[in-house]
Design a protein around this ligand. Structure first.
Ligand code: MG
Ligand code: MG
Length: 246
């Protein structure tokens, strides 16, 4: 779906709130902090900006952010988990402003982390930007996944298959989906005004996953570390415009 300039302006405002949540939660990440505290920090930003959460209540999700440490890929529920030195933590969050959605995620280290963890974070973020770079009028949507997959697999990593990016607008998850790998069939042709959440989930090991008994937490099947980066991005005649920025 193509959004008007007015709609994209609203999504820019939602995206800015999401970026402020990123900034505030990043600043709060340190050994000894619970993931519940990160959720409080995010909720304070939403409240201060008069924005609504698109995570809280989503299929019953109980928080405004997802917090997924180490071998948890996505959808972790904030709670009593205490961050420890050497952890990596993925934080995913969104906001609704005037009915329009933003959605973005990052992975950060807690204190000093291993070289292997640092490399995973660096490569996953680079794979996100390689995907974003493909969001240009006339390109096909599957080029995003091809670009993400090329970066991640060149590093020897596994690209998660079961969870993918998505179009976004007046709902957080709109069609079409945006796989982070070659899906086997060409995607639709991109036009200016389309908006997508691009979100590679990359594992040091295999791409296979399983879900914990809480019904939410998605884990790597082999216990390897996983990272997740996401931005909400508009296709424009001047190239990709990242909306989830300050
Ligand atoms: Mg997200
Ligand atoms: Mg998303």
């Amino acid at each position: 779906m193509r959004r008007s300039a007015d709609e994209i302006a609203k999504m820019r405002r939602a995206g800015r709130v999401v970026a402020e949540i990123h900034e505030a939660t990043r600043a709060a990440i340190r050994p000894g902090v619970t993931t519940a505290r990160l959720n409080e920090v995010a909720a304070e930003v939403l409240e201060r900006r008069g924005a609504r959460s698109n995570f809280l209540g989503y299929h019953g999700f109980p928080a405004v952010i997802c917090t997924s440490p180490n071998d948890m890929i996505v959808h972790g529920i904030p709670g009593e988990y205490v961050l420890v030195e050497g952890d990596i933590i993925s934080v995913d969050c969104g906001a609704i402003v005037e009915g329009y959605h933003g959605d973005a995620a990052y992975t950060a280290g807690v204190g000093e982390i291993s070289a292997a963890a640092r490399r995973l974070i660096e490569v996953t973020e680079r794979s996100l930007w390689a995907g974003i770079e493909q969001l240009r009028p006339g390109n096909r949507l599957h080029e995003v996944g091809r670009a993400v997959q090329a970066v991640a697999e060149a590093a020897g990593y596994g690209v998660v298959r079961e969870y993918v990016g998505h179009a976004i607008g007046t709902a957080m998850h709109e069609n079409p989906q945006v796989p982070n790998y070659w899906p086997g069939t060409p995607g639709p042709t991109l036009k200016s005004g389309m908006v997508f959440a691009i979100e590679p989930m990359v594992n040091i090991g295999s791409y296979e996953t399983y879900v914990l008994d809480d019904g939410w937490s998605v884990m790597t099947a082999d216990g390897s570390l996983s990272a997740h980066f996401e931005h909400t991005v508009a296709v424009t005649d001047d190239g990709p415009e990242v909306l989830t920025v300050l």
